[in-house]
Design a binder for this molecule. Structure first.
Ligand SMILES: [Cu+2]
Length: 161
């Protein structure tokens, strides 16, 4: 009896571990192995990807580049000088905290025109994207089983006395 329950609880533990990554935020490495550099088509890189609130972007690049967040109009025209944020550390992580479109360019003269521009559409976590399925949180399943376990293991009242 106890062995059976241990097996069931164990199964839920394994299940919860398997299901947990779907609840974690995704870190997207911009450009994958190419990183953040000129000559990469970042619209191709973003196509087919769903960016959700809680995910983040990781820009990896060599010296001589920057990651500047800019307005949509500055993105379109590759205008530098009005950046919202700017970083040139070589490794820039941008958390996507809200739904909406974010725009990034390299502020080094000419680089945006050579393709160093990235726009990402961030969707709210409430939408029905595959990324955040399944909706039932595994911890709740596990909690339900754990709460029922002691009650089921107790002898029935009519068996006592
Ligand atoms: Cu650059």
């Amino acid at each position: 009896m106890a062995g059976t329950w241990a097996a069931i609880v164990g199964m839920f533990l394994v299940l919860s571990m398997v299901m947990m990554p779907s609840c974690l935020a995704t870190v997207y490495t911009v450009g994958d192995s190419s990183g953040w550099t000129s000559g990469v088509d970042y619209s191709t890189w973003t196509s087919g990807k769903t960016f959700a609130v809680g995910d983040s972007l990781a820009f990896n690049y060599g010296s001589g580049h920057t990651v500047d967040e800019v307005s949509g109009s500055d993105y379109k025209t590759c205008t530098v000088g009005n950046s919202i944020t700017s970083d040139s550390s070589g490794a820039t992580t941008i958390p996507l905290k809200a739904a909406g479109t974010r725009y990034f360019i390299c502020a080094v003269v000419g680089h945006c025109g050579m393709g160093m521009k990235l726009s990402v559409n961030v969707v709210g976590s409430g939408s029905t994207q595959q990324h955040h399925l399944p909706r039932v949180h595994p911890h709740r399943l596990l909690l339900a089983v754990t709460l029922q376990l002691p009650a089921l293991q107790l002898p029935h009242p009519h068996q006592q006395a």
